[in-house]
Design a protein around this ligand. Structure first.
Ligand code: GUN
Ligand code: ZN
Length: 448
């Protein structure tokens, strides 16, 4: 393997690969050879017995043969507020709308200060990478320069990222933390232009209206137009709490639903991801399906702020794309393994309420954390699983890592049990290496 973290390396790995496909929630590939080309893409996957025929010329060769080790795809966090990482794990004692006013807006206003931003953004990118998030869809703040800095930090540390400069022109609580619709349009265009100019290979801008209660119809219209004209990703929040749904009804009385507010401003496309969606109606889910928009399920946040319990099974039955999100700091954990656990917990809580409920399986949730997330962000051509032609975004997992949280009493139970163990009891100590587009990004190499 390229030990010097050189960006363009070719490698051949022999070992076990656990991933999701479009047909199978968890597919286990044992004794395989996986080749990574000089652009970081998966060049071939063959049988371990074909080592002589398939061995990639001049490539480095790695053998993973410890029975507690396997590779899995990197996880995709479809919704995380990088700017809220500074107070993650605190301040979860209020419902959403009060929580925003009391804690979130005052903290986000601090990102005018670029040194403050640099510190928090470096921490959050490192922390999520270490926890196996190879792709993150970030909210920053309304500040263009700090949002650009987040893009730079993700690029420098090697994370695949969608980065959003937040847009909002309504804020009755902290009047200085908002923009006019014209400022927001201008700054969004500047943000997109400057970020694209950097030509970061893995970092892209995402048009980010905070949510309908913080945006006028004028601003939503501007943002829909910008996204359409530049074929950009879009992210926002929708139907997180019942109080918020009522507020949107009051603020936008001429629209059929909360979803209709976004739809009529061209903000629902197959590159849109909307966080939460706990209280969407069947008609709204139908609109998601028709437009190709997706939902970021944020179970930690939904419970921590007592917002609601998203019925993931219902969303999937509507054939709406769905990924998982940590929603830091509404969610207190930056780890996608936590999002996996909370997704299973919420599904089981729904089963307690209705014993006929079709509980999500570990395998289904594993798929949502990886391939499902990449589909939700319309990035599954590049990432999400081990398919030839996709980028090698991967975690080298060792469930028996020394000093880790798992006591492997029964060794050698096989990768199905090992991957389940990681999801239920593992943490970053079990994620011994992280690769994005073929480049090893964890452990970090400290630059002098
Ligand atoms: N959880 C959450 N919901 C929101 N809705 C609008 N803004 C936010 C936010 O920052 N966090
Ligand atoms: Zn959020």
């Amino acid at each position: 393997w390229c030990a010097e973290n050189c960006p363009l390396s070719s490698a051949t790995i022999k070992g076990t690969f656990v991933h999701a496909t479009y047909h199978t929630a968890v597919e286990i590939l044992e004794d395989r050879l996986l080749g990574v080309d000089t652009e970081g893409k998966i060049a071939f996957i063959g049988s371990g017995k074909e080592v002589d025929r398939l061995y990639y010329p001049k490539a480095h060769f790695v053998v993973i043969d410890v029975c507690s080790e396997f590779f899995m795809p990197g996880m995709v966090d479809t919704h995380i507020h990088a700017s809220q990482y500074s107070y993650a794990g605190t301040a979860l004692d209020m419902p959403l709308l009060q929580w925003l006013n009391m804690y979130t807006f005052p903290v986000e206003a601090c990102y005018k200060d670029l040194e403050f931003a640099r510190n928090v953004y470096t921490h959050v990118v490192k922390r999520t990478l270490r926890n196996g998030t190879t792709t993150a869809c970030y909210f920053a703040t309304i500040h263009t320069d700090a949002s650009l800095l987040l893009g730079q930090i993700a690029n420098d540390l090697g994370q695949r990222a969608l980065v959003g400069k937040v847009c909002m022109d309504t804020n009755n609580f902290i009047p200085h933390y908002k923009e006019t619709p014209d400022e927001s349009e201008l700054e969004t265009n500047r943000f997109i232009g400057e970020l694209l100019k950097k030509k970061y290979p893995l970092v892209r801008p995402v048009v980010t209206p905070r949510f309908a209660p913080s945006c006028s119809a004028t601003l939503l219209g501007h943002l829909g137009e910008i996204a359409q004209n530049n074929d950009l990703h879009i992210q926002s929040h929708i139907s997180e709490t019942k109080e918020e749904v009522s507020l949107v009804k009051e603020l936008f009385p001429d629209y059929d639903s909360y979803t209709d507010v976004y739809h009529r401003h061209n903000l629902l496309t197959d590159k849109t991801v909307m966080a939460h969606g706990c209280h969407l109606t069947d008609g709204e889910l139908k609109l998601f399906r028709e437009t190709g928009a997706s939902i970021a399920h944020c179970p930690n946040s939904n419970i921590s702020l007592c917002s609601g319990m998203l019925d993931v099974r219902r969303v999937l039955n509507h054939k709406v794309k769905l990924g998982l999100g940590t929603d830091v700091a509404g969610g207190y954990s930056p780890s996608m393994l936590d999002a996996v656990r909370r997704t299973l917990d919420t599904s089981k809580a729904l089963t307690i309420q209705d014993t006929q409920y079709h509980t999500l399986t570990f395998e289904e949730v594993f798929r949502l954390a990886t391939l499902g997330g990449s589909q939700a962000l319309s990035l599954d051509e590049n990432t999400g699983n081990f398919e030839v032609g996709k980028d090698f975004d991967a975690l080298r997992v060792n469930t028996d890592a020394a000093g880790g949280p798992i006591d492997l009493i029964n060794h050698g139970e096989g990768p199905k049990v090992e991957s389940n163990l990681l999801a239920s009891s593992g943490d970053d100590r079990n994620i011994v290496e992280v690769y994005v587009a073929g480049k090893r990004v964890v452990p970090f190499v400290e630059r002098p």
